[in-house]
Ligand binder design. Structure first.
Ligand code: AMP
Length: 363
């Protein structure tokens, strides 16, 4: 099958690394000059909404997917008129707007933090009053990795928060005092079959994912089932094909949804080395209409992101159970240049290895 991918970053790279052994060919559309997918398929270097480039991609693909959720929805819809696009561009539209996304989740009966849409300074003050401080104020669109959001703890901080984000339309949310952050990665096939990986426990700093552990430690079956119910509701409502990630807060043993990503997700990278079938392989299987693979974990796994300049590879590879994934990107402060997955038969064996790795890579 000829697969077209909107985006050519590390997620595209790992999709290609799963698609090639299955006999597929990949063509990427990526505007940035330095693409992590170099050498893994044909590369069309052009803006996402370049009509000629989209026509070129459509001509070279039997199915199109995306690895970046800020692809213009109109570009995905234009492609969908010529070639199947999975997941549906509707999933892009919902996840690009934090307010629409939270309303969508609520409509499906999925719990979220209380939230209010905010268009101006006066509405922000009213929202802060209604929700009660502290709150998080986020731009509705194009925020990622903690960008475009401000925590307001005191009334005196309200003006500075508005100045930092205005005049963009925003969403104000109650600041959730969560016990921990979790995520569920799920996949739906063209025949409607759904499979879910075990919950991952995620640690963020400065809004960037640092570490995931999967299966999440101390996780009751009921919590896994609740997360799977949420994921299935989203997938079915959107008639979704491919992998979806849902980021969650665990609060008093219950789950609140924070955001969804209509694509393979950083908190699912552990599945390459730590699950029977990786999120990348299952995404490829789903969009090409193949049967889905088993999502079971192979023992215990942890994933650590390499952010900025990584330590020498050999120091990482010397840790038992370590698997190194570099993205071919030049290091810059705050830039994800790779990740390491650690795998062990069980959590007790994993723990000392994780401590050793974390001493090398400050998470
Ligand atoms: P987001 O961009 O919405 O994924 O937020 C990035 C990170 O900010 C999350 O992973 C949380 O650590 C934190 N965060 C976002 N929204 C909230 C909230 N309503 N309450 C508490 N923490 C939040």
């Amino acid at each position: 099958v000829r697969i077209g991918v909107l985006g050519g970053g590390q997620l595209g790279r790992m999709l290609a690394l799963a698609a090639i052994p299955l006999g597929h060919e990949v063509t990427f559309l990526e505007p940035a000059a330095e693409a992590a997918v170099a050498g893994l398929g044909r590369l069309i270097a052009a803006p996402f909404d370049d009509p000629g480039a989209l026509a070129d991609l459509a001509a070279r693909a039997d199915v199109v997917t995306y690895e970046f959720e800020n692809v213009p929805v109109h570009a995905a819809r234009a492609l969908a008129a010529r070639v199947p696009v999975h997941p549906t561009p509707e999933a892009l539209a919902v996840s690009q707007d934090r307010l629409l996304e939270k309303r969508f989740l609520r409509e499906l009966g999925i719990g979220t933090a209380p939230f209010i849409g905010v268009e101006d300074r006066a509405e922000l003050a009213r929202a802060a009053d209604q929700l009660g401080l502290p709150i998080v104020v986020k731009t509705r669109r194009s925020g990622y990795d903690g960008k475009g959001q401000v925590i307001v703890r005191r009334w005196d901080d309200l003006e500075a928060a508005w100045q930092a984000l205005a005049p963009a339309p925003c969403i104000a949310e109650e600041l959730v005092a969560f016990a921990r952050e979790l995520s569920i990665v799920a996949v739906r096939g063209r025949d409607g079959a759904v499979a879910c990986w075990p919950l991952a426990e995620n640690v963020h700093r400065d809004g960037i994912l640092r570490r995931s552990r999967a299966p999440a430690p101390r996780c009751e079956v009921a919590l896994q089932h609740a997360a799977e119910r949420y994921a299935r509701a989203i997938l079915d409502r959107l008639d979704y094909v491919g992998v979806l990630a849902l980021e969650l807060f665990e609060v008093d043993g219950a789950l609140l949804a924070n955001e969804m990503a209509p694509r393979v997700h950083n908190s699912g990278h552990w599945t390459i080395d730590g699950a029977e079938t990786s999120q990348f392989e299952n995404h490829v299987r789903a969009i090409t209409g193949a049967p889905l693979g088993d999502c079971s974990a192979l023992g215990a796994a942890a994933m650590i992101n390499l952010i900025g300049a990584p330590p020498p590879s050999d120091t990482i590879l010397a840790v038992p159970g370590a698997h190194l994934h570099l993205y071919g990107k030049r290091p810059r402060p705050g830039r994800k240049v790779g990740h390491v997955t650690l795998r062990a038969a069980d959590a007790a064996t994993l723990e000392p290895r994780l401590q050793r790795l974390e001493a090398l890579v400050a998470p």
